[in-house]
Ligand binder design. Structure first.
Ligand code: URA
Ligand code: CA
Length: 435
């Protein structure tokens, strides 16, 4: 078999066999297939798509490209939550300590920034000393002892995805249903949790902007999960504006801490319990089965989330004092604001543009080996439905250098649409797929 022929077949709209897909994934993982051929193949998939059979075969080949973790040594039902990628999506940072504080084991493997979206690992690494890598033994031991660990995909878990993810990030090939489904589900299957809660983002700030594509992605992932014997639920959630107010690594950690303390932004506090209620919360929260926690505040009542976050940070080598004093997180030297050019109601926010701007400020990578700047990002002062007067602050910009701000200021201003009327409020959770 030759990679050349597989690229050609996909370029011309053909369907790959299971054997061809295994050849592709094994060859790429081992390094026999070079990045340039894989990049060409990926772009062909972007334009031609994959059938359900190809996607299922791809997911399994990727899941078995490395170790499959055995979490059976952890007591209880192990739940993993995964977002398909949004802008300012702080939910894992809130949900992990929150659910663990309620007594349910959270054994979570997270990812890095991808395209215009941030990644939980990069965010956690803005906490001084925080280490996102553990051996499988340390991972199991941590979750048994303190109920929570959030770690990176080690080189041994779905290595095909680890490598491919980095390549897709810098070749504009993220936005494809099959590639996203296989990427997420391969790691989730290899990471060994019993149940999965998928937060599938839709709208302008998501990888998939069209609602039908999002539904297809959610259904594909739920079906792959179930066939593999994992209880899988997907929530389709709105990404037509950034989640919360902060976008950027340290800024989002700060926002997560505020939410754990019960005074985070409304939408974060509203969204967090949505996946949270899908997680089998034991003890006080779930005993009261008729009334699962409906708000972050409510869920917070069943445990002590800030304390749990401190414990999680300490366990992973980070400085737990950031929970009480977020000023210990890295801060950017240049701060400025973008003001409203006229009065009115904010009736649109281009989440993609704001995510992209944050990455350009340095919060993500332009090339594979770029170093992430943890301090930079944006803090929104206005959200959809905010009433603003001319000159009001729309957004704070936290940057490394003044010229970085100059390069993005106009784009930030244009990302806010200001109209004469308040827009209709939109629900955050649009659909549930699975039980
Ligand atoms: N998140 C992932 O893990 N993979 C993708 O391809 C997109 C989002
Ligand atoms: Ca946020």
């Amino acid at each position: 078999m030759r990679m050349y022929d597989l690229i050609r077949k996909k370029r011309d709209g053909g369907q790959l066999t299971e054997e061809e897909i295994r050849f592709l994934i094994e060859g790429f993982t081992k390094g026999d297939i070079p990045d340039y051929q894989m990049a060409a193949f990926t772009m062909a998939v972007y334009f031609r798509g994959m059938t359900d059979e190809e996607t299922a075969a791809l997911t399994l080949a990727m899941a078995h490209s490395g170790d499959v973790v055995d979490l059976s040594a952890i007591e209880g039902i192990k739940v993993d939550k995964h977002s398909t990628g949004g802008v300012g999506d702080t939910t894992t940072l809130v949900l992990a300590p929150l659910v663990a504080a309620c007594g349910a084991p959270v054994a979570k493997m997270s990812g890095r920034a991808l395209g215009h979206t941030g990644g939980t690992l990069d965010k956690l690494e803005s906490i001084p000393g925080f280490n996102v890598y553990m051996t499988p033994e340390q991972f199991v031991e941590s979750v048994n002892r303190i109920k929570v660990a959030v770690i990176g995909q080690t080189a041994s878990i779905a290595p095909a995805d680890g490598k491919w993810y980095k390549l897709r990030d810098v070749t504009a090939t993220v936005e494809n249903v099959s590639l996203i489904a296989a990427s997420i589900m391969s790691k989730k299957l290899a990471a060994g949790a019993d149940a999965l809660v998928l937060d599938v983002k839709t709208g302008q700030g998501a990888f998939l902007k069209k609602f039908e594509d999002t539904v297809k992605l959610a259904e594909t992932m739920v079906s792959i999960g179930r066939r593999a014997g994992r209880k899988t639920v997907a929530l389709i959630t709105d990404m037509n504006q950034p989640l919360g107010r902060a976008i950027g690594n340290a800024l989002e950690v700060k926002e997560a801490i505020e939410t754990l303390r019960g005074h985070g932004p409304e939408d974060v506090a509203e969204l967090v319990p949505a996946p949270g209620t899908q997680m089998p919360l034991p003890a006080r929260a779930a005993d009261d089965a008729a009334r699962p926690p409906r708000t972050a505040h409510d869920a917070a009542a069943c445990g002590r989330p800030p304390e749990k976050f401190r414990e999680m940070i300490r366990n992973q080598g980070g400085d737990p004092r950031v929970v009480d004093d977020p000023s210990l997180l890295p801060t950017a030297p240049v701060r400025t604001v973008v003001e409203a050019p006229r009065s009115g109601w904010v009736d649109g926010i281009d989440a993609y543009a704001l995510g992209d701007v944050t990455m350009l400020l340095g919060a993500g990578r332009r090339k594979q080996d770029d170093v992430v700047d943890h301090a930079v990002g944006l803090v929104l002062h206005a959200k959809l439905g905010s009433k603003v007067e001319e000159g009001d602050v729309l957004c704070e910009v936290h940057a490394r250098r003044p010229e970085d701000v100059a390069a993005v200021e106009e784009r930030i201003r244009n990302a806010f649409s200001i109209g004469p009327r308040a827009p209709e409020p939109r629900p955050l959770v649009l659909r549930r797929i699975g039980d």
